[in-house]
Design a binder for this molecule. Structure first.
Ligand SMILES: Cc1cc2nc3c(=O)[nH]c(=O)nc-3n(C[C@H](O)[C@H](O)[C@H](O)COP(=O)(O)OP(=O)(O)OC[C@H]3O[C@@H](n4cnc5c(N)ncnc54)[C@H](O)[C@@H]3O)c2cc1C
Length: 321
């Protein structure tokens, strides 16, 4: 079974979620997979993909691809698919991946197994499992009899495994003229040095239980002790207590860290949709009936203003040992 994996990069850095998809392709195929990367100055990234499972890397390195363009990046994926003739294409289910996969699938008149959390081969068919109804249930999905199978993989669910091995073969793609109908003129990144919750392995989140923005230092203390990213519920984002980039949930970011600590968050279904697949969930809430406890691995019933500083102190003490 031949796999082709779309590799996303931002600012010349490969996204971890794409390396997870690439490692998954290697696991499923039992050998090296092909990868495709698009952008400006991205050729240098190709060799770094070898340890994650790339046997061949198709590179579309063009000035016009410096900023993301749906048509341009799908064009690169398409050109690689024409050369490689894969049976299956994997794309990380990031914001960019969710934009690319449908256009690519429409061009090939096939469907997408979107946002899968499990993917396995049954004969030569890919069978995926994906969350539905905001994570309340899982659906098993496959692509029917399609000749080309496409899946987007949920970030932070599959491991990105680096193994020593041969350098990949690099193939430069000839794309012809790129004439997108819509063009990204510029990207203004927010001036933050904060860890992105979508990429973080540990997240400490705060909700309306923190009472007001002046109390973020209580949550930040634990966040820093754990070396975590800061997450938030929509309630506190809507209240203007913190920027939207921290929001976890159905209309925020979908995360799957090893550890998710929810402080003063009730656990509304729309919040659970964004973090319910975290490996270990610690919930801290003064209400023992709060729905968050239904998904929590560990629950602490108490006032966060007393408990969080104690937990932060204990984490620091444990780390110092
Ligand atoms: C279409 C739609 C999309 C949505 N998308 C999202 C989304 O992406 N993400 C999201 O988070 N929400 C989303 N929501 C909102 C969601 O329904 C909830 O309103 C929201 O998650 C509630 O946030 P919260 O848990 O911080 O606040 P609350 O529900 O008010 O919960 C606060 C919790 O803090 C506890 N608490 C209070 N004081 C303390 C204390 N001193 N110590 C400990 N615990 C304390 C309370 O017991 C309570 O459980 C969406 C809603 C809709 C309709």
């Amino acid at each position: 079974m031949k796999f082709l994996v779309f590799i996303e990069q931002r600012g010349g850095k490969t996204r971890k979620a794409s390396l997870e998809a690439l490692s998954l392709a290697r696991t499923l195929s039992g050998g090296p997979a092909a990868a495709v990367i698009a952008g400006k100055g991205v050729s240098a990234l190709a060799k770094d993909l070898g340890p994650y499972g790339a046997g061949t890397v198709y590179v579309a390195d063009r000035d016009e691809l410096e900023l993301y363009s749906n048509k341009g990046y799908v064009g690169a994926l398409d050109a690689a698919a024409k050369e490689e003739k894969p049976d299956a294409v994997l794309i990380a289910a990031t914001a960019m991946g969710k934009d690319i996969a449908p256009r690519f699938a429409a061009r090939h008149d096939v469907s997408v197994l979107a946002d899968v959390m499990e993917l396995r081969l049954e004969g030569d068919r890919l069978v995926g499992s994906r969350p539905v109804y905001s994570g309340k249930a899982r659906a098993e999905v496959d692509c029917g009899a399609a000749a080309l199978q496409i899946a987007t993989t949920r970030p932070n669910v599959f491991p990105a495994e680096s193994r020593p091995g041969a350098e990949p073969r690099v193939v430069t793609l000839e794309l012809g003229e790129i004439s997108p109908r819509a063009r990204v003129v510029r990207i203004e990144a927010s001036e933050t040095k904060e860890l992105d919750v979508a990429e973080a392995d540990v997240i400490v989140s705060g909700g309306r239980g923190i009472k007001g923005p002046e109390n973020w230092p209580v949550i930040r203390d634990l966040q820093e002790a754990l070396g975590a990213a800061l997450g938030a519920s929509r309630a506190v984002v809507d209240a203007g207590w913190i920027d939207h980039q921290h929001q976890v949930g159905q209309t925020g970011k979908v995360v799957s860290p090893s550890l998710y600590v929810a402080c003063g968050i009730s656990g509304a279904i729309q919040h659970l949709a964004g973090m319910g697949t975290s490996k270990v969930i610690v919930a801290l809430n003064k209400d023992p009936e709060a729905p968050i406890f239904k998904v929590a691995t560990y629950g602490i019933v108490g006032d966060l203003f007393q408990v969080v500083p104690e937990v932060a102190k204990a984490v620091r003490a444990a780390k110092a040992e």
